[in-house]
Ligand binder design. Structure first.
Ligand code: CDP
Length: 231
């Protein structure tokens, strides 16, 4: 099956498995996968490592804004690929619960959103892209050809994220993981700039009881239907 050169936007709540299915769809159909959340996580990691976040005083916005002028966040493909900050691979560091606990306040800052949006547009300039996040179908690529909005039950989302963190050597409690997901959902949905919401023309996928394989087949069906692809 050959899919035309389109842009696919996958948005949704925290830990609904957006990146897992987007990566597989990208691999199967030769698309570039762009993880917008990884860039927000990269900005957050930078802020944490450089003392720009104080648990009492919050985020030093002036210093962060200045730093973004020269912050080089990007993705590399292939072996050893993933998210890079300058020459350093930060794929593991950006997924910790500590980064997760600050990423929503950081990504609610308008100049941070502008920075990430510009990076995403630069990275997607050659098209044929599947991108996941919170506002891809509403703000970043409102003209995306296919828009999907993912949802799943709180229990399954927390379970999946808990297992991921444990596999990476962290020792969180299930309660802490669920609390973080709910807090991020709340902040992401209620911020002023580009809040998380379903684009009117997005198809909703509830993957609570779906396997990853079923999700890929679902995407395939959606694309076949839209473009009349039979073979
Ligand atoms: O993997 P998970 O769904 O938990 O989160 P993520 O996609 O890595 O995104 C991390 C955080 O970045 C989200 O909770 C949002 O605060 C922010 N984000 C955003 O504001 N806009 C996007 N397009 C993507 C992520």
């Amino acid at each position: 099956m050959h899919i035309p050169d389109i842009i696919i936007a996958v948005d949704g709540y925290s830990a609904t498995g957006k990146s897992s299915v987007a990566k597989l769809v990208a691999k199967q159909f030769g698309f570039l996968y762009l993880d917008s959340g990884a860039l927000y996580r990269g900005v957050t990691l930078y802020a944490l490592e450089n003392g720009l976040i104080d648990p009492e005083k919050g985020i030093d916005e002036a210093a962060l804004q200045q730093a973004l002028g020269h912050l080089d966040l990007t993705f590399r493909a292939g072996d050893g690929g993933g998210t890079y900050m300058g020459g350093r691979r930060i794929e593991e560091e950006i997924r910790t619960l500590e980064v997760s606990s600050w990423v929503s306040p950081v990504s609610a800052i308008p100049f941070v959103r502008k920075y990430v949006d510009e990076r995403l547009h630069a990275l997607a300039r050659h098209g044929r892209v599947i991108m996941d996040g919170r506002d891809i179908g509403t703000t970043v690529f409102p003209d995306a050809d296919i828009k999907v909005f993912k949802v799943a039950s709180d229990e399954i989302r927390a379970k999946r994220r808990y297992n991921e963190l444990v596999a990476k050597g962290e020792a969180p409690t299930m309660e802490a993981v669920l609390k973080n997901l709910k807090e991020r959902d709340y902040i992401d949905s209620h911020r002023e700039t580009s809040p998380l919401r379903r684009a009117e023309d997005a198809f909703v996928m509830d993957d609570t009881d779906m396997t990853l394989h079923e999700e890929v087949v679902w995407f395939e069906g959606l694309i076949r239907g839209k473009y009349g692809i039979l073979e």
